[in-house]
Design a binder for this molecule. Structure first.
Ligand code: GLP
Length: 235
């Protein structure tokens, strides 16, 4: 695993965008695994600018997102689909039909999990998977647990995750308590993994990537990925 420390969030975003852009340039029809949250905002901004300037072409790119809240429709401004449309998909020349997220509003969530796992598999798994990390070590919405979940599944969100994510909702009671997420096994199938972590994640970066590999710190599994890069900043 490669761990790169950079001096600022701007540098982190630039470097992450460089890695994603080079993936798209080398393989124009690549499959990008994407993430939501505050961490990738600067990266998406960079990618959108490059596309606007005609330096990057998303017309053949396919995307699969990591996760989605249960119970929110795509039109809900708190949904991850809405976030992706606003922050990336609506700002680059990607074909919306090539953008995929789990459907958190499906009536049969078990069937939806199976559908989404098969979809990611049918696309050949991500060439590059972008990740953030939660303060408790979660990646996607894989919360600390007894085992590493293998496949797409629904999950009860940890109290700390609900609290952390409530900053984006009017009230903490509005944060969904369930989510659907790629499993750790799904994430590990990506050919390359890129995790970005801002200054607020110093402690968990230390625990996850310099401590033992354990499902209690789900992101620690990336120590065993054959091609994982972590970019973090302390300021
Ligand atoms: C959320 C998302 C994760 C994300 C994490 C960190 O719960 N499900 O995919 O990586 O939180 O988010 P942030 O980058 O906003 O700190």
């Amino acid at each position: 695993m490669k761990i790169i420390e950079v001096e600022s969030y701007e540098k982190l975003s630039l470097l992450a965008a460089d890695m994603i852009a080079s993936q798209v340039l080398l393989k124009p029809d690549c499959v990008l695994g994407l993430a939501t949250g505050s961490s990738p905002l600067g990266t998406y901004e960079n990618l959108a600018s490059r596309c606007g300037e005609g330096r990057l072409d998303f017309s053949r790119v396919r995307t699969v997102n990591l996760d989605e809240y249960c119970g929110l429709t795509a039109e809900n401004p708190q949904s991850y689909r809405y976030f992706m449309d606003q922050n990336l998909f609506g700002r680059v020349n990607i074909d919306p039909a090539n953008t995929h997220l789990p459907d958190g509003s499906a009536s049969d969530m078990e069937a939806e999990c199976a559908r989404y796992e098969s979809l990611v598999e049918s696309l050949g798994w991500p060439d590059l998977q972008l990740l953030g990390i939660g303060h408790n070590g979660h990646i996607g919405f894989n919360e600390p647990a007894e085992d590493f979940p293998a496949r797409v599944h629904t999950v009860q969100l940890a109290e700390s995750t609900i609290k952390a994510n409530s900053r984006l909702f009017d009230r903490v009671e509005d944060v969904p308590t369930m989510a659907v997420t790629m499993g750790i096994g799904t994430i590990m199938k990506a050919r390359r993994v890129l995790l970005i972590a801002g200054a607020d994640k110093r402690e968990i970066v230390e625990r996850a990537f310099h401590g033992p590999v354990t499902p209690q710190v789900p992101g620690s599994i990336l120590q065993l990925h054959p091609d994982a890069t972590v970019i973090f900043t302390r300021s």
